[in-house]
Design a protein around this ligand. Structure first.
Ligand code: ZN
Length: 174
């Protein structure tokens, strides 16, 4: 766990417990039976890897799963992402809502002065402190960048390329 001590991020206890809980007991980790799109990416600066599979039905996110390895922040962010993406509406949230969530979380992760009370990002609020630690931002962003690329692929678009976080569309064969 040298990465953890090297770039220690001080979180409030409540937030730290939540992050560690998602890290130790990740939600929706694994593969989907019937994925529409899979994408995967890595954060070379920390060695984090994330693969995201989504199942899309009628413009809604019917299911999502992730797999990967890396630091607690990268894996907790992915776990919280799947939880929040599936939280609520029967049949799944509209992809536009997922896009909005991704935008809010990425704003939060990259802006220290982000107004967390203005949005509902669920447990992901626990990662708001990451914005103060530039070296860890990419750890938390990784899962969302991978999700963005998967959503762009569904729309037949190309996601914005970020050379710092290489991501690609992957085979859905497991
Ligand atoms: Zn990391």
């Amino acid at each position: 766990m040298s990465q953890e001590s090297q770039h220690a991020v001080q979180f409030d206890d409540l937030y730290r417990d939540l992050i560690l809980d998602h890290y130790r007991r990740p939600r929706h980790k694994g593969a989907l039976q019937d994925a529409t799109i899979a994408a995967e990416g890595m954060n070379p600066s920390c060695g984090d890897e994330i693969r995201v599979e989504i199942q899309v039905q009628d413009g809604r996110l019917a299911d999502i799963a992730f797999s990967g390895m890396g630091c607690s922040i990268s894996q907790a962010s992915a776990s919280m992402m799947t939880d929040e993406a599936l939280n609520g509406e029967p049949g799944g949230k509209p992809l536009s809502t997922i896009d909005e969530l991704s935008g809010h979380v990425q704003e939060m992760l990259t802006h220290e002065d982000f107004d967390i009370d203005a949005v509902d990002v669920g447990d992901l609020e626990a990662l708001s402190g990451v914005a103060k630690f530039p070296v860890r931002i990419k750890c938390a962003l990784l899962a969302w960048k991978v999700l963005d690329m998967a959503l762009a692929e569904v729309r037949g678009e190309k996601a914005d390329a970020d050379s710092d976080i290489p991501i690609r569309i992957a085979s859905t064969e497991n």
